[in-house]
Design a protein around this ligand. Structure first.
Ligand code: UDP
Length: 482
């Protein structure tokens, strides 16, 4: 009812506002943008998602959530014109950097059909992923605001920008240096930085540079975050880096029913009842959930070490293994864990929100993708931060050094081919023991629980994210009336 009421209270003022979203196809970008579309629709905005036919089916559930709203989310299909590697149209089908680069290059072929749609439908603004830098031209051509979405938070953006502007370094790969001019003393090592100079990284670097340039030309940036999570960095981004921005998250909190959580992104590989029954048989905060998201690959020897580490630790666990990697689980491991009732292995897509929010779950071993971090925070769990690539090392610093709700796996290096490897089982066992343990772990969980409460308040009427979404809508309206 509250959703419908929200819609009704905004209907009169907002009926004419039309927002068009263009998400990047990777799950980590697509899922939060789909939630964002639901939020827009819940506030009475006319909302259209533009995507390719091979991705469209992933949006069915989000659209379904808005059937009773004044404006149901609309879908508009555009197709790649050329350039895709054979059989590849989504980042999760990608097995090599060449594939990824093929996809990134092909994204520009969406410009023509996207602009045809914009010309025809005349939206009041476009909300576009960072991987579509050419949409600055679209916005200029049709005189509408371009709103950028980077799929990450204020803290990682501020760290990346400080790195870009001041290029701090140290004498050796493992010697920590301070990232200058930030509200906290944040230390990184060269090993934790993207290897931009690597030949194989050139295409990606080009796209990143274009994304930074496009962001500077945008009307503003929209964040899946909330003020209370990273207040100093919201200020830093707005006042020091001088970027217009809005925080409207955690957007995952718009998934309220079990059904919403179960089918978010993809159909779950495990039956809801099996999963919940298993969780219900465990004491509160006794389970660690282990997942590395949708892009990271885990090397065979790393899978082996994770298995031994999880078996050796005293905790119960749920371990998500991508279904293309399940054959590498050590023989007999799954059966042993089943007999002991100690571990549940999910091969394929896990209902992450449903699991994290269950009271039996007290810890999350994560690759620190921004969505996972935010979903962990919104569930009040302590984390083992195990970053692998992209901006995940920045995200892990927020978890461990700023929020103090997690510990990091030591000595991991940034991986150019998105592979998680090189951590021995003893280190995994130790990290799990710290995060799940009574003293240190419970303190981290207490802080995480406070953040969980703040996250929930932020998205309620009058909360910081709710109000910032109101500001966003007013800004778009003001632009339109000019
Ligand atoms: N996710 C999920 N089940 C899975 C794997 C991933 O629901 O088995 C969701 C997860 O909840 C998150 C997103 O997929 O919303 C992954 O985004 P994240 O930024 O954490 O990592 P990425 O996959 O982009 O590296």
């Amino acid at each position: 009812t509250s959703r419908i009421n929200d819609t009704l209270s905004f209907t009169e003022t907002m009926a004419a506002c039309h927002v068009v979203l263009l998400p990047f196809m990777a799950y980590g970008h697509m899922i939060p943008m789909a939630d964002m579309a639901v939020l827009f629709a819940s506030r009475g905005l006319q909302t259209t998602i533009v995507t390719t036919s091979s991705t469209a089916h992933r949006l069915t559930n989000s659209i379904q959530k808005t059937v009773n709203y004044t404006h149901q989310i609309a879908l508009h299909i555009i197709e790649f014109k050329a350039g895709l590697p054979p059989g590849i149209d989504n980042p999760d089908q990608i097995i090599s950097n060449e594939h990824m680069y093929g996809l990134l290059e092909a994204l520009s072929t969406l410009q023509e059909p996207f602009e045809q749609f914009v010309e025809k439908s005349q939206p009041d603004c476009i909300v576009v992923d960072m991987f579509f830098p050419w949409t600055t031209e679209t916005a200029a051509r049709f005189n509408i605001p371009r709103i950028a979405f980077n799929g990450t938070g204020f803290f990682p953006m501020c760290v990346s920008e400080a790195m870009r502007l001041y290029q701090p370094t140290s004498s050796s790969d493992s010697e920590p240096f301070v990232v200058p001019h930030l509200p906290h003393e944040i230390k990184l090592t060269r090993k934790q930085l993207p290897q931009f100079e690597a030949e194989e990284f050139k295409v990606f670097l080009k796209v990143l540079i274009q994304a930074v340039e496009a962001e500077a030309k945008s009307y503003g940036v929209i964040f899946n975050s909330f003020y209370e999570l990273e207040p100093e960095y919201v200020h830093h981004y707005r006042e020091v880096l001088k970027r217009k921005s809005w925080h409207i998250g955690p957007v995952s909190l718009c998934n309220k029913s079990t059904e919403d959580k179960l089918e978010r992104g993809k159909k779950s590989a495990i039956d809801e009842h099996v999963c919940l029954k298993w969780l219900e048989s465990k004491p509160p905060s006794s389970v660690i959930y282990v997942s590395f998201g949708t892009i990271v690959k885990v090397s065979i020897s790393q899978l082996y070490n994770i298995a031994i580490g999880l078996e050796a630790c005293n905790e119960n666990f749920i371990w998500v293994i991508r279904n293309d990697q399940e054959t590498f689980i050590p023989e007999g491991f799954e059966a042993r864990m089943q007999v002991k009732g100690k571990g549940l292995i999910i091969k394929g897509w896990a209902p992450q929100l449903l699991i994290l929010e269950h009271e039996s779950v007290g810890g999350f071993m994560t690759h620190c993708g921004w969505n996972s971090v935010l979903e962990g925070v919104s569930s009040g769990v302590a984390m083992v931060a195990w970053p692998v690539m992209a901006e995940q090392f920045n995200n892990s610093k927020l978890v461990t050094d700023v929020l103090q709700i997690g510990v990091s796996i030591r000595d991991v290096e940034w991986s150019a081919d998105s592979t998680c490897e090189g951590v021995k089982w003893e280190a995994i066992e130790r990290a799990v023991a710290r995060v799940m343990g009574a003293k240190e772990g419970d303190n981290m969980r207490m802080r995480a629980q406070e953040l969980k409460n703040k996250a929930n308040k932020a998205v309620e009427k009058g909360g910081s994210s709710y109000s910032d979404l109101t500001t966003f809508i007013e800004n778009i309206k003001a632009f339109k009336s000019k």
